[in-house]
Design a protein around this ligand. Sequence first.
Ligand SMILES: Nc1ncnc2c1ncn2[C@@H]1O[C@H](COP(=O)(O)OP(=O)(O)O)[C@@H](O)[C@H]1O
Ligand SMILES: [Mg+2]
Length: 346
Amino acid sequence: MSAAMRNPAAKPETADGPVVAVRDLRAWYRLRLFGVDREVKAVDGITFEVRKDEIYGLAGESSSGKSTLVKTIAGAMRPPLEIVGGEIQFSFMDGTMGLNRAPADLVERVRWRHLSYVMQGSMSVLNPVRRIGTSFFDFAFRHMGLDKAGFEAAVVAHLARVNLPASVLKAYPHELSGGMRQRVTIALATICRPQFIIADEPTTALDVVVQKDVLAMFRSIQREMASSVLFVTHDMGVHAHLTDRLGIMYAGRLVEEARTPDVFARPRHPYTRHLIHSLPRIGDDRPRSGLEGTPPSLANPPSGCRFHPRCAFATERCRVEVPPMEQVAPDHRVACFEKDRVEATP
Ligand SMILES: Nc1ncnc2c1ncn2[C@@H]1O[C@H](COP(=O)(O)OP(=O)(O)O)[C@@H](O)[C@H]1O
Ligand SMILES: [Mg+2]
């Protein structure tokens, strides 16, 4: 048995290491259309870590590769998506390929218990023809080490934490409101107290009031369990309220990363600035600065900095060279050749 196949539970936890370290990860959709090969470079050289006991946010407009990145980390890739390069290292298992080349039995042991993944689209994990209670049983029973009565009591107690009555266990998914379904999904993802929770746009389909509730609940569960969360949303307002650190994606790459308050107070990348300035503010009805142009094709991305065709600060160098992520302050990285000029511009 190779080192990577050892029981994940047998690996001692390192005190302060990250729960996941992603290095130069590239994951592409490899398509063949009308006899022509096409590669959609949805994740193209991403390096970041999620630390113990933090909520790390991923932001960026639609199609920037957020879902592809978290799918790859969660080991939920399907063809034509492939890992083309890089590493994914978890604190709770050996090896540097994450879950993607791990044998099925190891993936089974890790899922839900060490890592849980709330996919984009709240219904996806809930089987429409099975009662909610059956889904809980299927996902969590074997991980909890309880007898049936003990298990049911634990599920009911956990549902209460997310403000759901025990009666939902008898319901089918379609009998619940969107907000209740999303709470069920979050309860499922957290009941085994995993060290690492990945949630992809978990509140995007909810109305604003329900969204606030679900976010508050997310935060309180994370605090109580001291787990790490990778939280994806294109909604910068949600990031401002919920996340501890924030990574900004543009066209398959990370362009900036900092503690969330610093992203909002001192954005250094022109794209981050655009995201922040386009947030609506109460009492301010000046027109928002729009961004010229359209997001690039990931099958044929622009040379150099992928943002350069839309960037007011772009120079010749930006068209040619790829800007590396560089540290500009503690916990603050940015990939922009013009970052000093950006900062000096009001
Ligand atoms: N199954 C697929 N086959 C081919 N391309 C895909 C597939 N899924 C997503 N993509 C492409 O990958 C890019 C990134 O998509 P995605 O990761 O869903 O972005 P986001 O979550 O930021 O909206 C987009 O260009 C999208 O069209
Ligand atoms: Mg997405």
